[in-house]
Design a protein around this ligand. Structure first.
Ligand code: ADP
Ligand code: 5GP
Length: 185
């Protein structure tokens, strides 16, 4: 299952809450962006240099990758393949281009778009998180509107993160729903 949506919509919060409802493997991405306060290397992300990222990408070690807000993000391929082969559910938190690449590799993957209730709420959440500068907030808000349109059209599920508990329950229902055999993405 792939969770995507604008920065600040609540993807990390939803995935964290989902762990109380279901057993799954969370795919830890590689990124060149610096760690935020409270983020742990190897848990939230694998924090790497640009050179390390490009070496992994060129060696074919990434299932998908994209540039977002001047930083590189990618999904290490081996852990995802290993968990799927073992029959586990795998949850990825990636931006929209990454979600499309995952769908191309795993057509049965469920794409879940997490949307904010409104642009004003999205801005308030980004500011409230307190770890994103004004310029980054403006850039992230500028792309959010077109992302939401794309999410509505292209994703299998569109979840409005109004009340966090309600949104988590909705996503847990999507993860638990039966799917076609042969793929557990
Ligand atoms: P994302 O992973 O999509 O960038 P986060 O999960 O980091 O978003 O959430 C952004 C901010 O909004 C965080 O401070 C989080 O605590 C808060 N938040 C998330 N969901 C809700 C919600 N339903 N109601 C209120 N605040 C929320
Ligand atoms: P943040 O910097 O706020 O943690 O994440 C910024 C964006 O990068 C989010 O939309 C998040 O979903 C996305 N992202 C995180 N990891 C990956 C990844 O491995 N691949 C892709 N394509 N996007 C990612």
């Amino acid at each position: 299952m792939v969770v995507s949506g604008p920065s600040g919509a609540g993807k990390s919060s939803v995935v964290a809450g989902l762990a109380r409802h279901a057993a799954f493997h969370f795919s830890v991405s590689m990124t060149t962006r610096p760690a935020r306060a409270g983020e742990e290397d190897g848990v939230d992300y694998h924090f790497v240099s640009r050179a390390e990222f490009l070496a992994a990408r060129d060696a074919g070690e990434l299932l998908e990758w994209a540039e977002y807000s001047s930083h590189l993000y990618g999904t290490p391929r081996a852990p995802v393949e290993r968990r799927l082969a073992a029959g586990s559910d795998v949850v990825l938190d990636v931006e929209l281009l990454g979600a499309e690449q995952v769908k191309a590799a795993y057509p049965e993957a469920r794409l879940v778009f997490i949307a904010p209730p409104s642009p004003a709420v999205l801005e308030a959440r980004l500011r409230g998180r307190g770890d994103t500068g004004d310029e980054q907030i403006a850039r992230r808000l500028a792309v959010a509107a077109s992302q939401i349109e794309e999410g509505r059209e292209r994703f299998d599920h569109f979840v409005v993160n109004d009340d966090l508990g309600r949104a988590i329950a909705e996503v847990a229902g999507i993860l638990a729903a039966p799917q076609s055999p042969g793929n557990t993405a």
